[in-house]
Design a protein around this ligand. Structure first.
Ligand SMILES: C[S@@+](CC[C@H](N)C(=O)[O-])C[C@H]1O[C@@H](n2cnc3c(N)ncnc32)[C@H](O)[C@@H]1O
Length: 200
């Protein structure tokens, strides 16, 4: 696990120790434009944007909500660190993760990666009735694959076309302006969800 991901996790724990609040994650947040917008939507939560690219995060424009935090980390590492501490995530947004369209890169897609276990675990650790997951992409196949993987993992939801007004993120803005169809999976873990054994 990269040192910067562990350092980001420690920063997050310190923030939660100072002001305990339930969590919203904006994984693969890029410049964090969506993180700031989501902070406005979830005023009672700490909204955490995560991206591995410091270049993207540095392009974040300062905004008014003070209930969000941007972290440079690998999402899968941060999910695992949070999951091992039994920390839950009430709402988890993944907006336009890299699609990895070649079949040989299937394991790099969110639902093909080892991080998928922890993604479901974080939702299951959330407060009763919470644990929502939303993934958006301009590639319908990606969203449908993700939805099937979620269903098999005990997280029920739906795949729909979205027409976001206004767009939540820079990629959403760009895709909408170029006339792309945009797709979303939205779902929630079933109440009776029990974890399979920890993959280690
Ligand atoms: C297509 S961009 C989408 C950015 C933003 N969500 C948006 O909609 O504008 C994908 C982002 O995922 C980040 N990324 C890719 N793999 C990652 C990983 N394993 N952990 C953290 N960030 C990752 C990239 O640095 C990039 O900023």
């Amino acid at each position: 696990m990269a040192r910067h991901s562990v350092a980001a996790f420690e920063l997050l724990l310190a923030e939660l120790a100072q002001r305990p609040r339930p969590l919203v994650l904006d994984s693969f947040c890029g410049t964090g434009h969506s993180t700031a917008a989501l902070a406005g939507r979830h005023p009672g939560h700490l909204v955490v944007g995560i991206d591995k690219s410091s270049a993207r995060l540095e392009r974040h424009p300062a905004t008014s909500p003070d209930n969000y935090l941007l972290l440079r980390a690998d999402c899968e590492a941060l999910w695992q660190l949070l999951g091992r501490e039994q920390i839950g995530v009430d709402h988890h947004y993944m907006l336009y993760p890299n699609p990895w369209p070649k079949a040989k890169h299937l394991q790099r897609r969110v639902h093909g990666s080892a991080g998928f276990y922890w993604l479901v675990q974080l939702a299951a650790n959330a407060a009763v009735g919470e644990g929502r997951i939303e993934l958006r992409s301009n590639w319908q196949t990606y969203v449908e694959e993700f939805g099937i993987a979620m269903h098999l993992a005990g997280c029920r939801g739906i795949v729909t076309r979205v027409q976001p007004e206004p767009p939540l993120s820079l990629f959403e803005h760009k895709y909408r302006d170029s006339g792309h169809e945009l797709w979303a999976f939205t779902g929630k873990v079933v109440e009776s969800w029990r974890p399979p054994s920890d993959p280690g």
